[in-house]
Design a protein around this ligand. Structure first.
Ligand code: NSS
Length: 428
C-alpha cells in the first residue's frame, strides 16, 4: 500500500495501491474523475469504465465527498494534473460510502466551527495541524538539546498565578479549586532538583474578551531555570524562537507556503531581537499616534503600533511593578519596576511570551504577596520553596497558539488549535 505523496515520486507506469477519502468527484461520459485525499496529500484518479469494469465503475460513480475508498492503478505523468501526475485506475472499491458530507463551499465561519470535528479534515486545517505539530517538536528538541527536563504539572490547583479575574473555578469534592492558569509555580518546584525544566500543558483563562488572540484553554510552554537572571532569560527566549522558526523555514518551506505563511519574512527572525524598556515603549506608542499613560498596559492597538513595521519580535522589558504579577523580582535600579519581559511578535500578532526573574527571597516574596492581598494559606507551599536552599531563578511562558498564529500568519487564534474554547464556544 502506497501513500498519495509516493505517486509523485513513482515512475510512469508503476502500479500503486492507495486508500483514502474522496476529496472531489465528477463524471464525464464514461470516466469518473476523483481526487483522492490521504494524510500525505491529494491526487487525481481517472476511473474509466472499460478499464475497471462495469461494477467498479458504478461504485466510483456512486460515492460522496468524504466516502472512504480503495484504488489500484498506474501512475501517469500528466502536466495538466495537480502535482504533475495522476492515477489511471485498474480497480476501485468503496470502504464506507456514508452519507452526504455536510460541508460544501462558502459556508460561514460559525457553521464550520459547529462541524469542527469534520472541518479538521480540510486541507487548510490539515496543513495547519501538521505545522503546529512540527513547531512543538522543534521547541521540545531545542530544550532537549539544552539539557532541560520535561515535567507534568497538576491541572487542578488551589492557587492562581496571574490574578483572580480569569480563574475558572470548580467544585472539587465540595472544596473550591481552579483549573490551572499557568504551571509556573509548579515549574519553580522542579528547579530545586533538576535546575533546568519545562512544563508543556494547557492553561485556562476565563477571558471575557472576544478577540482574535484569546482562548479560554491554550497550550503553554513554561521553562524555568535555576541561576538564570533577567538577561539570560531573554537570551534563551530569542534563541528558542529562532531555533523553531529557522527549522520550519529550512525544512518545511512547502508546508509554510500552503499555510499562507510569509517564509521570506520568517528568514529574518534571527537573534538578537530588539529590546525596549516599558517606559520607552509608552513614549513610542504616543509618538506613533496612540494614547496611553505610564502605568497602563498595552492592548492590541498599542502592540500593533509598536510592531507594525518590525521584522523580528520585540522585547518590552521592565514594566511597572503595580501592573504585573506578584512573583516578579524588583529592578535593583528602580523599585517601581520589575525584571520582566513581554515578547511581542511582528506585524501586530501581539504578545507571545511573558517572562521574568522571580523573587527568590522569603521576606521579599511574603511582603509582595501581602501587597497583592493574596490568601497566604493557599500559597504556603510556594513560600516554602524560599525557605530551603532558595536560588535566584527565572522563567517564561510561551503561548503555543499565539506563536503558531504568528508563524503561519493566521487571522484568528482559533485556527491554531483543533478545538478552540472561547467565551461562546465549548462544542464540539
Ligand atoms: O499571563 S502570561 O503573560 N504569563 C504567565 O502566565 C506566566 N506565569 C508564564 C511564566 O512565566 N511561566 O501568559 C504567558 C503567555 C502569553 O504571553 C501568551 O502567549 C499566552 O501565554 N496567553 C494566552 N494565549 C491564548 N489565550 C489566552 N487567553 C492567553 N493568555 C496568555
Amino acid at each position: 500500500m502506497q501513500k498519495v505523496s509516493d505517486v509523485f515520486k513513482e515512475k510512469e507506469g508503476r502500479e500503486v495501491a492507495l486508500r483514502g477519502w474522496v476529496y472531489r468527484h465528477r463524471t464525464s461520459g464514461n470516466i469518473v474523475f476523483l481526487v483522492l485525499r490521504d494524510e500525505s496529500g491529494v491526487v487525481q484518479v481517472a476511473i474509466k469504465k472499460d478499464k475497471v469494469g462495469e461494477k467498479a465503475w458504478e461504485k466510483a460513480n456512486d460515492v460522496y465527498i468524504e466516502s472512504s475508498v480503495k484504488v489500484k492503478g498506474r501512475v501517469k505523468k500528466d502536466e495538466r494534473a495537480p502535482g504533475g501526475a495522476e492515477i489511471e485506475a485498474s480497480d476501485f472499491d468503496i470502504i464506507h460510502r456514508g452519507e452526504p458530507f455536510p460541508i460544501s463551499k462558502d459556508l460561514s465561519e460559525e457553521f464550520l466551527l459547529d462541524v469542527r470535528h469534520l472541518w479538521l479534515r480540510s486541507q487548510k486545517m490539515t496543513n495547519i495541524m501538521k505545522a503546529r505539530g512540527l513547531i512543538v517538536n522543534y521547541l521540545r528538541e531545542f530544550f532537549d538539546k539544552k539539557g532541560f527536563y520535561e515535567l507534568p504539572p497538576p491541572i487542578i490547583t488551589t492557587s492562581g498565578c496571574e490574578g483572580g479575574a480569569t480563574l475558572f473555578e470548580l467544585n472539587y469534592f465540595g472544596r473550591k479549586a481552579y483549573l490551572t492558569q499557568s504551571s509556573q509555580m509548579y515549574a519553580e518546584v522542579f528547579i530545586f532538583a533538576l535546575e533546568k525544566v519545562y512544563v508543556f500543558a494547557p492553561s485556562f483563562r476565563a477571558e471575557k474578551s472576544r478577540t482574535v488572540r484569546h482562548l479560554a484553554e491554550y497550550w503553554h510552554l513554561e521553562p524555568e531555570m535555576a541561576f538564570f537572571d533577567h538577561k539570560m532569560n531573554m537570551e534563551l527566549q530569542e534563541e528558542m524562537i529562532e531555533y523553531a522558526v529557522k527549522n520550519m523555514v529550512e525544512n518545511h518551506p512547502e508546508l509554510l507556503l500552503k499555510c499562507g505563511a510569509d517564509a521570506e519574512a520568517l528568514k529574518k527572525v534571527k537573534a538578537p531581537f530588539p529590546r525596549m524598556t516599558y517606559e520607552k515603549a509608552v513614549e513610542e506608542v504616543n509618538a506613533r499616534g496612540g494614547k496611553m499613560e505610564w502605568g497602563e498596559d498595552f492592548g492590541a492597538d498599542e502592540e500593533a503600533l509598536l510592531t507594525a513595521d518590525l521584522e523580528k519580535p520585540l522585547f518590552v522589558e521592565k514594566y511597572p511593578k503595580k501592573i504585573k504579577a506578584f512573583y516578579m523580582e524588583e529592578d535593583p535600579h528602580n523599585p517601581e519596576l520589575v525584571l520582566n519581559d513581554d515578547l511581542l511578535a511582528p506585524k501586530g500578532h501581539g504578545e507571545i511570551i511573558g517572562g521574568s526573574e522571580r523573587i527568590w527571597e522569603y521576606d521579599k516574596l511574603l511582603e509582595r504577596m501581602k501587597e497583592h492581598q493574596l490568601d497566604l494559606k493557599d500559597y504556603e507551599w510556594y513560600l516554602d520553596l524560599r525557605k530551603y536552599g532558595s536560588v535566584p531563578h527565572s522563567g517564561f511562558g510561551l503561548g503555543i497558539e499565539r506563536f503558531v498564529k504568528w508563524v503561519l500568519n493566521l487571522k484568528h487564534i482559533r485556527d491554531a488549535i483543533p478545538f478552540p474554547r472561547t467565551i461562546n464556544r465549548v462544542y464540539p
